[in-house]
Design a protein around this ligand. Structure first.
Ligand SMILES: Nc1nc2c(c(=O)[nH]1)N[C@H]1C(S)=C(S)[C@@H](COP(=O)(O)OP(=O)(O)OC[C@H]3O[C@@H](n4cnc5c(=O)[nH]c(N)nc54)[C@H](O)[C@@H]3O)O[C@H]1N2
Ligand SMILES: Nc1nc2c(c(=O)[nH]1)N[C@H]1C(S)=C(S)[C@@H](COP(=O)(O)OP(=O)(O)OC[C@H]3O[C@@H](n4cnc5c(=O)[nH]c(N)nc54)[C@H](O)[C@@H]3O)O[C@H]1N2
Ligand SMILES: [Mo]
Length: 692
């Protein structure tokens, strides 16, 4: 007799949708996952990738035991060892380094959002490394440019409620592949379209979202700031601005108006963006006259040298037309700021020794080469991330990971490219095997994930690893001998004197019994009457903070670092601007191990225009090499009109070991940082392509 049961779980992956899942288990083995029909945002469906989650959980390649390296770094040769031996060796090495001449800052934790759960991905790990005095990691690989950019304008990332988009009538996906990267919001956009909304997508690439939109505008990469300023020129020129809103809720309207009227004429903007004047005029006109107008701005437009300023500038548009007056108008980047979790209590930043240095994760290449200020990195502790695949300037990252004097620990579920460079590998649990508490960056619901399976083999959760190490290093048991469930209660401010109103009544008990709970936040549009969380309390079209930092306080266009116009000498050798957004079949580099998804993705591909292909004698399906001074990778050419001449797209993020030639797109990407927020500039990347 098969014993079948169902459990509720939360999709743990780095995606705005954070779905509520119903898991079906037969004889203690997960057989399927489905979207929770009772969760209004998940609305009963899961994406193409996460539907295959059981295949990932049950995969024969899952790491089951601790391993010690036996071959050269990168070879992936290991022997099985016990947890005791693994933890002892790690604790000894960390102690030795901490007591050595360079001190504990020679130890670098490296993690991102392999899981988004607060308890496992940013819980006892933070406490442990703070207590140890390790270097701090500036987690910039994804969102910081956008977050900084929008916050200079609005005061935080708080924007419109994603659930309100069903009532929007003009929806712009700006640098957002919503249908793929945020598919549950896309479902709401489609619902809005049925009620009469127009969906516009602004993306240099004819992405799946662009294909399904009513109108696709394809500006040159990194030109969005200019496009937004050109729209504002037209709005002010034609007197379509909302003067009342600008006067009462904003600061700097006159400065902005002067800037756009004198510098961003439609003709100039057309030449910067490569769009025609008529399209820019039409976009501005429709945006002004169709209310409520919503802009879903995502991270695509921020991964350029001027990415922070671009997002800040786009975030000014709703104020100019008064779109914030409507609940279904405004701009949406992230809902993270809505969740007042007690993260200080969880992570204990008070334990950080004064003067501890911070290393930017987007510049791991530099850090591993001793180019970051401070002591050299002698130990690297990786979890919830796959830096060998996802970091820019991969040749230098791998060169660093090959250093014989670097001690590398990797806690992972799968033998990723990074695992191949580890001295010690630790096997990690998946979401079905550990407890976690979730916020979401695409909706306002709190969710609890309880384990529904026993950990297979000898897999341990992140927190269990740090409990074990803390114990061996003699750290205070009151800091580390705390259960995951207790940590979840603490994050929700349970048993504290006061609870932030948004979390009132949201407890571990109720989340367990009732399932996902919506934050207690008002349904009113956040900025209808101003009330921005900026220093001035207004929407900062002029931003004094930027002026104080020596940056232009008025929105402006910052050109890409690598484009034919901004770097003509470089472009003479490497004329093509390459974007490398994620493939619909993967979640960053997660799911590349899942055979059915890897098969759907086929292999590394390169989308190229017919003009660029012809000029290089490249035909559809032919193998090509893509290269610049940083490195080279191979892909199969797809010749189409999905990109304009001068732009190519290499969907990722492949594991090198599964790409025919052991390489991926990050061999070519730069470690240069964005203008605001110190973020990565993956899409600001000139390359050349040749047939093989
Ligand atoms: N299926 C799937 N979903 C995901 C992910 C995944 O890997 N797979 N990743 C998750 C993560 S970590 C994140 S951060 C989000 C990212 O979500 P998005 O920001 O939507 O993701 P991207 O595909 O990186 O970028 C969106 C689009 O921006 C375009 N773009 C690139 N440069 C420019 C530019 O200069 N201007 C404009 N206007 N557009 C530009 C790209 O062509 C791309 O189609 O998605 C999350 N969701
Ligand atoms: N060229 C290019 N590069 C990019 C991007 C791009 O668009 N183009 N996107 C960038 C973006 S937006 C992001 S967010 C980053 C993402 O980069 P990463 O955060 O490194 O994301 P993943 O590649 O998904 O790797 C996460 C790893 O965590 C592991 N993991 C999952 N759960 C757990 C757990 O509970 N414990 C432990 N120990 N491990 C776990 C998974 O198995 C997986 O290997 O990549 C960036 N890199
Ligand atoms: Mo990301």
């Amino acid at each position: 007799m098969t014993e079948t049961r169902q459990a509720r779980a939360v999709c743990p992956f780095d995606c705005p949708d954070t779905c509520s899942m119903i898991v079906t288990i037969e004889d203690d083995r997960v057989v399927s996952v489905a979207g929770d029909p009772d969760h209004p945002f998940t609305d009963g469906f899961l994406c193409h990738k996460v539907s295959r989650f059981p295949e990932r959980v049950n995969h024969p390649d899952r790491l089951m035991f601790p391993l010690r390296r036996t071959g050269p770094k990168g070879s992936g040769q290991f022997e099985r060892i016990t947890w005791d031996a693994a933890l002892e060796e790690i604790a000894d090495r960390l102690r030795e380094i901490a007591d050595g001449p360079n001190g504990p800052q020679a130890i670098l934790p490296y993690s991102y959002c392999g899981t988004m759960g607060k308890i496992q991905s940013e819980g006892l790990d933070r406490r442990f490394f703070h207590r140890l005095g390790a270097s701090l990691l500036d987690r910039t690989i994804c969102a910081t440019a956008g977050v900084a950019g929008i916050s200079y304008t609005l005061g935080s990332t708080r924007g419109m409620d994603p659930e309100a988009i069903v009532d929007s009538r003009y929806i712009i996906n700006w640098g957002s592949n919503t249908a793929v990267t945020n598919s549950h919001l896309w479902a709401k956009m489609v619902q809005a379209r049925k009620a009469g909304a127009k969906i516009v997508t602004i993306d240099p690439y004819r992405s799946p979202t662009a294909v399904r939109s009513d109108w696709h505008l394809a500006p040159r990469p990194g030109s969005d700031g200019a496009l937004a300023l050109g729209m504002m020129h037209i709005l002010f020129r034609d007197d379509r601005q909302d003067d009342d809103y600008l006067n009462t809720a904003c600061i700097g309207a006159d400065a902005l108006r002067d800037r756009v009227l004198s510098e961003y004429q439609p003709e100039r903007v057309a030449s910067i963006t490569g769009l025609d004047v008529a399209s820019i005029e039409q976009l501005a006109g429709e945006y002004a006259e169709t209310a409520p107008a919503a802009i879903r701005v995502n991270y695509g437009a921020s991964r350029h040298a001027g990415g922070g300023m671009a997002i800040r500038t786009i975030a000014c548009l709703p104020a100019v037309v008064g779109a914030w007056r409507h609940r279904s108008g405004g701009v949406l980047l992230s809902t993270s700021a809505l969740f007042p979790f007690n993260l200080q209590g969880l992570q204990r930043p008070d334990l950080i020794p004064k003067g501890t240095r911070t290393i930017n994760m987007s510049q791991l290449a530099e850090a591993l080469h001793g180019e970051a200020p401070g002591p050299p990195v002698e130990a690297l502790f990786v979890y919830c991330s796959n830096p060998a695949s996802i970091c820019p300037d991969q040749n230098r990252v791998l060169e660093g990971l090959r250093r014989e004097d670097l001690f590398t620990v990797v806690h992972e579920q799968f033998p990723t490219d990074t695992v191949a460079y580890a001295d010690i590998v630790l096997p990690a649990t998946t979401q079905l095997e550990h407890l976690d508490l979730h916020h979401a960056y695409g909706h306002p619901w709190v969710q609890l994930n309880r384990p529904c399976l026993d950990a297979p083999g000898e897999c341990r959760s992140n927190n269990d690893v740090f409990r074990g190490l803390a114990n061996r290093l003699g750290f205070e048991s009151r800091l580390f001998e705390v259960s995951d469930e207790q940590l979840a209660r603490d994050v929700l401010w349970e048993n504290q004197d006061s609870t932030p109103s948004a979390l009132e009544g949201i407890t571990v008990e109720r989340l367990t019994e009732e399932g996902p709970m919506r934050l207690r936040i008002s349904d009113k549009p956040p900025f209808a009457e101003g009330n921005y969380p900026t220093p001035s309390g207004k929407c900062e079209l002029y931003c004094q903070q930027l002026a104080d930092e020596g940056i232009d306080p008025i929105p402006t266009w910052t050109p890409p670092a690598e484009s034919p116009e901004s770097a003509p000498e470089l472009a003479a050798r490497f004329p093509l601007q390459m974007l490398s957004p994620p493939s619909p079949h993967f979640m960053n580099s997660t799911f590349v191990e899942t055979d059915s998804l890897r098969k759907s993705a086929g292999g590394p591909e390169l989308e190229i225009s017919s003009a660029d292909a012809e000029a290089r004698e490249i035909s559809d399906g032919c193998r090509v090499a893509v290269f610049n001074d940083r490195g080279r990778f191979e892909a199969t050419a797809r010749v189409s009109d999905s990109v304009r001449p001068g732009v190519i797209v290499a969907p990722g993020i492949w594991w090198n070991r599964y790409a025919g030639d052991q390489s991926n797109a990050n061999l070519t990407t730069p470690t240069r940082l964005t203008d605001l927020g110190r973020g990565a500039t993956f899409f600001d990347n000139l390359v050349e392509v040749e047939p093989m």
